[in-house]
Design a protein around this ligand. Structure first.
Ligand code: HAM
Length: 421
């Protein structure tokens, strides 16, 4: 026999035992986004490659080596979205949403694609749920978005996730800082590793993000962006810190937090845990005040974040949370009366719209069918045999409690089953 097909590396199937965790986190996130006034937008998985290159940045890891890019049949370069912000901004401008909503709050979710080396917590197809808010320049919306995360983790009962924040200043602040940084590293070029040398003239800020232990002393000694930022950025950052303190949300300022996408200005933040190994960033985002204009739109500020669902689900499982598994309430067993079983099941669904009822289709002895009923996790088996059909009855057999089975008139069945729902 031929070997069965395997899925694509780094792209996971979510099996029935996992999906209840996913449904739990997705429902909690959707509820919170809605409660904070965000409206859902759905955008395609594919965009023109330019959309990502122009926003995420030509010299980022994502654009340089992680995008799934291909030519379509007309020779147009398309890319599977590696993140949601770029497509969201593209859609907002294309549909003139900023004219209709001066303060626009959007949320989205779904698969993203990055050709990274797969490991625990890092996949080639992964899922995000995120928000983007447009038209609000102050730090209050930054703080509010950070609090959405905080509230989410609390609702899911997750601990050990810490908040790190930083400010990247304005593009002008960053240009000045970049010069200082390049001068600092150039003077110490011998101590740079290969990766950092490559980045020195393309993306020197990313050197600060290096995980190479040998680089750490050099990075420790590097000038800090926070010390060189202008008055407006400083006031914004202090405003944010003040709001977080007032809300009682602990945070640390991490001057080395630079993020892997180029569009950020001022606030950046990450929610990080040590419980997941190397891939510990559960949610991340920040402000991108120049991106809308860069896409040809008005000078409208933006801020957003995205939660990595694989990592959030992993944390939830790790916390011992027991999700509601959607097992059937009842399992209908029948002996030679498929038509009656079919009609009875439909009548029960009419009477109890929330009932989860599995009907045994196909052959099987009573014993075999009851075994299946038990395996399904159902609370009760309903048995329809010769005698029951004749008398207009159904035998109910509790499967999880030590109670005797008994026959019930059909019309009493909805009231009996209602207690299991
Ligand atoms: P990001 O930091 O690239 O930001 O991704 C956000 C989150 O997605 C990460 O913190 C992580 O939880 C998850 N993630 C990223 N890559 C992977 C992967 N290969 N496997 C599993 N999970 C992953 C963004 O994508 C920005 N668009 C966020 C944003 C929105 N900034 C402003 N608005």
């Amino acid at each position: 026999m031929a070997k069965p097909f395997q899925g694509v590396r780094g792209m996971n199937d979510l099996l029935p035992e996992e999906t209840p965790y996913w449904q739990t986190v997705e429902a909690a996130i959707r509820e919170l986004f809605t409660a904070y006034g965000y409206q859902e937008i759905r955008i395609p998985l594919l965009e023109r490659t330019e959309v990502f290159v122009r926003s995420i940045g030509e010299h980022t890891d994502i654009v340089e080596k992680e995008m799934y890019t291909f030519l379509d049949r007309h020779g147009e370069s398309l890319t599977l979205r590696p993140e949601g912000t770029a497509g969201c901004v593209r859609a907002v401008l294309q549909h003139g949403l900023l004219r209709r909503y001066p303060a626009l709050r959007l949320w989205y979710g779904g698969p993203m694609f990055r050709y990274e080396r797969p490991q625990k917590g890092r996949y080639r197809q992964f899922h995000q749920m995120g928000v983007e808010a447009f038209g609000m320049a102050g730090p209050d919306i930054d703080a509010e978005q950070i609090l959405i995360n905080h509230r989410l983790f609390q609702r899911l009962g997750l601990r050990d996730i810490r908040l790190e924040i930083n400010t990247l200043g304005t593009p002008e602040d960053r240009a000045r800082y970049r010069e200082k940084l390049v001068a600092y590293f150039e003077a110490r070029a011998d101590a740079l590793d290969e990766d950092s040398r490559r980045r020195l003239h393309t993306n020197p800020l990313r050197i600060l993000d290096s995980k190479n232990p040998a680089m750490q002393p050099l990075i420790e000694g590097a000038p800090k962006l926070l010390e060189g930022i202008g008055e407006a950025s400083r006031a914004h950052f202090e405003g944010l810190c003040g709001l977080l303190e007032a809300a009682g949300v602990p945070f640390t300022v991490n001057p080395r937090l630079v993020r892997g996408l180029d569009y950020y200005t001022k606030t950046v933040f990450e929610w990080v845990t040590d419980r997941l190994g190397a891939q510990g960033t559960v949610s991340a985002g920040g402000r991108y005040d120049g991106l809308v204009a860069q896409f040809g739109g008005p000078p409208v500020p933006g801020v957003g974040f995205a939660i990595g669902l694989e990592r959030l689900v992993a944390l939830l499982r790790d916390s011992g949370f027991a999700p509601l598994h959607h097992v059937p309430h009842a399992y209908l067993v029948h002996l030679g009366h498929a038509r009656e079983a079919f009609l009875l099941a439909e009548a029960l669904r009419d009477a109890l719209p929330a009932l989860r009822l599995a009907v045994h289709w196909g052959e099987g002895s009573l014993k075999g069918q009851l075994k299946r009923a038990d395996k399904s996790g159902a609370r009760v088996a309903l048995i329809l045999g010769e005698e029951e059909v004749r008398k207009g009855e159904v035998v109910v057999k509790p499967l999880r409690e030590d109670l005797p089975q008994r026959a019930l008139p059909r019309e009493d069945l909805p009231a009996y089953l209602a207690r299991f729902i």
